[in-house]
Write a protein that binds this ligand. Structure first.
Ligand code: WTA
Length: 658
């Protein structure tokens, strides 16, 4: 490194605030700082700006109906169709030949669907689903990896008013069965397999195994042929090949069904405090308006862009910011099937260069991996097409932020650090890239119209700089409406009611810790419930624990998250063997297998520690914090309130030894 470079490096390291580059501001979708006041003064009517990004079949009468708090409704009386908004209207506006989806397969194959192509394929598949007996409001499960047929199936469902429930392809057979059972879903679309690091993975066998655990009849299963001859499968009687069906229905037109703004668009299962995943319900009007609005304001999406969100559609990020938001705005959205280090660690940068990508949206865990691999990989490529960078999923540490800023953005792209959740539908806390100063490590202010606060256990705002709970005390269009068929759990998991002389106030708690600065910038500190965040994926420790205690020979278990350089957090299992059971390799293997079977490889533990006892308080509660500290290699602090303090040292020694 030259002296000049070294001093530049030092300057970057110390810099705490960054202004958006002029070149970006000049072309940004949203640049008027007055938007914050405008939304506040004009709330909730300000949200018409979001609704105006859509085409409504019937205009709504009311922006917000809050007559039954906290079961808020948005844009009531309005009708629209999400697939019409993502496809037909762009074709009608002359964008028939613009690329809608650019797909990059792991082995180097590519497929481009123009808006015209995508509309045809969606109509053919919508017609297929109808033919198979799918009716409006039937939940269709999509257990698919990153292949174009996934967004096609989502939009086909939306077209006929059948909510989809996408199950991440990396989830296990059991996880599929649990979700299909919970949603009473009788229809499944899946595929034969997909590629990972060049190997063909068998997906259909996993799907079939999952189907065995479904408690009701599944009337039909559509199977996409992704692998050709790479894997041999025979289809069961109720299973049909996707291409065969779509060929039959090619050229058929299917009118988009008119959906009420509050009709369900999709269900997405996510992890919570208890072992049972939560079915988050999103609606057609509010969700679509909100994802379109945030794609416009935060991701600065423009129709002529090539925009790449490198998430998986199996999670909310892919739903909102690969599929619905970008397509509603008529842009070109990229999809990548594979891993970022196959065939080499410069794959992402090769794809950015080749496709002249304007905006890249990825996760801090990926950025930390890129850092570890080294700056020579991005340096091999021309990344000058990039205009904006984004991150999502977990807090980003300032070092990773600055690396991303320098080595990917060439110090000329703003970064949006977007805090949000499956439940919020879209971004909530982030800078607006054409307006706000950026402070690495802090997500930014709450978006215009979003009332983000940091409060104590009584719901009172804490002083700036102090840690508290993140809270949102006004509704927003993209919010979840309820947990599927479980209003009670919805109320209990997310809402607190506070009363004062004037009124009752309902406050939404995302279960994240945070602190706020004097200028309203919010730093998100991480989950405060029993959810851990592994590589940006939300996992319920209770779900994992129940897999562990299900293993023969295990008496009791505690699962916690420990710090991890790349993944952010990793899964640590502490287990007590049953009397007479040796804590041997077989038992460990049994524990790992059981976790893989009930959840999937994303929950694979970093370490399984057998111990004769778990640290417990005098009232018998397992001290999870202590176990987290052991896993993270932190100071253990005071253990004197434990019933069995001696066990802590034993466990810590074991962890260090491994
Ligand atoms: C965490 C993903 C800090 C947070 C969109 C939240 C973040 C959970 C950020 C939701 C961020 C997400 N900074 N933490 N920018 N983005 N999180 O439902 O703990 O998979 O509650 O949605 O991820 O995870 P989910």
């Amino acid at each position: 490194m030259s002296q000049e470079e070294a001093s530049l490096e030092a300057r970057l390291e110390e810099q705490e605030a960054f202004e958006p580059p002029e070149s970006f501001v000049e072309q940004a979708n949203v640049t008027d700082p007055g938007i914050y006041d405008e939304f506040e003064e004009n709330w909730p009517e300000c949200w018409e700006q979001a609704a105006d990004l859509l085409s409504w079949e019937n205009e709504y009468d009311t922006v917000l109906d809050d007559s039954n708090e906290p079961f808020y409704e948005w844009f009531t009386g309005g009708d629209l169709n999400a697939s019409y908004n993502c496809l037909d209207r762009h074709v009608e506006d002359g964008a028939k030949n613009r690329a809608a989806i650019k797909w990059e397969g792991e082995l180097g194959e590519t497929r481009t669907y123009t808006y015209g192509d995508l509309l045809n394929e969606v109509e053919a598949f919508a017609s297929t689903l109808r033919d198979l007996g799918v009716e409006e409001d039937d939940v269709v499960t999509l257990y698919m990896p990153m292949i174009p047929e996934l967004p096609i199936a989502m939009l086909a469902c939306a077209r006929i008013g059948a909510p989809h429930a996408v199950v991440f392809a990396g989830f296990s057979a059991d996880a599929l069965a649990t979700r299909m059972n919970a949603a009473d879903s009788e229809h499944l679309v899946t595929c034969d397999g997909y590629y990972r690091r060049g190997d063909a993975l068998d997906h259909l066998s996993k799907a079939n195994e999952g189907l065995e655990g479904v408690e009701h009849d599944v009337s039909d299963v559509v199977v996409v042929d992704r692998l050709g001859d790479a894997l041999e499968h025979s289809l069961a009687d109720n299973q049909t090949d996707y291409d065969e069906l779509v060929d039959e229905h090619e050229g058929e037109s299917v009118e988009p069904v008119s959906r009420d703004a509050e009709d369900m668009l999709f269900l997405m299962y996510t992890s919570g405090t208890t072992g049972k995943p939560k079915g988050v319900k999103h609606t057609t009007g509010g969700y679509l308006a909100y994802t379109a609005w945030t794609s416009h304001a935060v991701l600065d999406v423009k129709p002529e862009d090539t925009y790449w969100c490198a998430a998986d559609i199996g999670w909310i990020t892919g739903h909102s910011y690969i599929v619905y938001g970008p397509l509603a705005l008529g842009t070109t959205t990229m999809m990548y099937e594979g891993t970022p280090d196959y065939p080499d660690k410069d794959r992402m940068w090769e794809l950015v260069e080749k496709n002249r990508v304007d905006t890249l949206y990825t996760a801090p865990t990926a950025i930390r991996a890129f850092m570890k691999w080294g700056e020579e990989y991005p340096a091999r490529h021309d990344l000058s097409s990039l205009r904006l960078l984004g991150t999502v999923g977990e807090p980003i540490n300032p070092r990773a932020w600055k690396w991303y800023y320098k080595h990917i953005g060439g110090e000329s792209c703003p970064i949006v650090d977007t805090w949000w959740q499956t439940e919020t539908g879209g971004h909530m806390i982030t800078t607006i890239p054409g307006i706000d100063t950026m402070k690495p490590g802090s997500a930014g202010p709450a978006l215009p119209g979003i009332s983000g606060k940091v409060v104590d256990a009584e719901g009172t705002e804490v002083e700036p700089g102090n840690a508290g709970y993140l809270a949102v005390d006004k509704p927003w269009p993209g919010m979840l409406r309820t947990l599927y068929q479980n209003d009670e759990r919805f109320l209990q998991e997310y809402w607190q009611e506070y009363s004062d002389e004037d009124a009752d106030e309902w406050v939404y708690f995302p279960e994240d810790g945070a602190k706020i600065d004097d200028d309203g910038f919010i730093t998100v500190l991480g989950r405060v419930d029993d959810v851990i965040n592994v590589s940006g994926h939300r996992l319920g420790t209770m779900e994992i624990e129940s897999a562990v205690v299900g293993v023969e020979g295990v008496a009791e278990a505690a699962v916690v998250g420990g710090d991890h350089d790349v993944k952010g957090e990793a899964v640590y299992v502490y287990a007590i063997p049953e009397d007479g059971q040796e804590p041997d390799d077989d038992l460990e293997e049994g524990v790992v297998e059981s976790i893989l079977d009930s959840i999937g490889p994303i929950a694979k533990p970093e370490d399984v520690i057998f111990t004769p006892e778990l640290p417990k308080t005098r009232s018998g509660k397992i001290m999870r914090r202590l176990l987290e500290n052991i896993a993270s290699g932190n100071e253990l602090g005071n253990t004197s309130t434990l019933r069995n303090p001696e066990v802590v040292d034993d466990i810590a020694e074991q962890v260090e030894a491994e």
